[in-house]
Design a protein. Structure first.
Length: 360
């Protein structure tokens, strides 16, 4: 990701290390118009006070903490949870000897890398580096089927891209691209511009909202860091734009996206995790000048209205988050999860930039 300079460092350092509950707020433009910052703080506070299973370095907590650091950068306020969480886990990735390159176990690396951006060289990257280097060797030996479900793109791609830049090692990007192309060949449907969750759904017409949210988030994060002249970039950008175009067409009138993207009669209620990831990705595309603002800004605005007015409860609970799964399913107003809150905070970061009220 592109991160702010000295101001951003001061915000995050104070947030991580200060003894009080909140760091001093950073001045933002037009504060009276920035309800979004309060909404983000409310969502983050609720989760750290009421969330479940907060300690593990798993993919759910990793997604929350990536969003939680977006909260700090956007609002200048912190709940002081991410830095202690990473320290308690010794900046290590989960291990599974039976599945040494299981992508879900790489997700925590993205949060550690966010912290590394500010606290280098204090943040050890040994666990991430060792895992990626071993996977690069495996890919070079011909094994390229690790990312065989669409969630894997978000769990692993950002760390590959960012570690390649840190280590100045293009082999990481080469391996990442081979793994991506394998997934793309099997799971990306060129006609719709959407991704199947895994091979079981190929040809079914079922395109899962959160699964496509993982894919769009992964492409967003990689495009943020990949050099503009990198030869891999055009394909990632092509898929990103194609997804955004389709998503703009199938957005619901209420601003959400359906859990089953192309079937409004299948679990036809609101679903906030996919919606938040789409708002994040499309919002970044508008902010970066990659997507046409006249066409896509209204899409993001509608999505944020849905997320902030309906999904976000007065208590701060982010509801309508589909529980853990691998296909479309229903979500109710009390359904919440770490990854849904993280996605909400990532979306808020981009909407705040669009509104000119981010501390970044």
């Amino acid at each position: 990701m592109r991160f702010p300079g000295i101001r951003g460092f001061g915000v995050l350092a104070a947030a991580a290390l200060a003894g009080g509950l909140w760091s001093a707020p950073v001045a933002v433009a037009n504060p009276a118009e920035c309800a979004i910052t309060g909404q983000m703080v409310s969502a983050g506070n609720y989760w750290v006070a009421n969330g479940t299973n907060l300690d593990a370095p798993d993919w759910q907590n990793a997604t929350f903490h990536v969003g939680n650091l977006a909260l700090v950068r956007t609002t200048g306020q912190s709940n002081h949870k991410t830095y202690p969480w990473a320290q308690a886990n010794s900046y290590r990735l989960p291990e599974d000897p039976k599945r040494p390159f299981f992508p879900d176990n790489q997700a925590a690396g993205e949060a550690y890398l966010d912290l590394y951006t500010y606290f280098h060289p204090e943040i050890p990257l040994d666990s991430i580096r060792t895992r990626i280097q071993a996977e690069v060797a495996s890919v070079q030996a011909g094994h390229r089927d690790y990312w065989n479900y669409v969630d894997a793109l978000n769990m692993a791609m950002p760390s590959f891209a960012r570690m390649s830049l840190i280590d100045h090692d293009p082999s990481y990007l080469d391996a990442m691209d081979r793994l991506f192309r394998s997934s793309e060949h099997k799971l990306f449907n060129e006609f719709t511009g959407l991704w199947y969750r895994d091979a079981r759904f190929t040809g079914s017409g079922v395109f899962w909202s959160r699964g496509n949210g993982w894919a769009l988030a992964a492409l967003t994060k990689v495009l943020q860091v990949l050099p503009t002249d990198d030869p891999r970039r055009p394909e990632y950008l092509r898929v990103f734009k194609k997804m955004a175009s389709t998503l703009a067409l199938v957005q619901r009138r209420d601003g959400f996206w359906n859990s089953d993207l192309l079937n409004p009669w299948d679990h036809g209620g609101p679903e906030s995790s996919g919606t938040a990831f789409f708002a994040f990705g499309i919002g970044w595309g508008v902010n970066a000048g990659i997507l046409d603002a006249a066409r896509f800004r209204p899409v993001v605005d509608k999505a944020w209205t849905a997320l902030s007015a309906k999904a976000l409860q007065p208590s701060g609970l982010v509801g309508y988050v589909q529980p853990v799964g691998d296909r479309p399913a229903a979500a109710g107003p009390a359904d919440t999860a770490a990854y849904g809150v993280g996605a909400f905070l990532l979306a808020g970061q981009e909407v705040a930039k669009l509104q000119g009220c981010s501390a970044e």
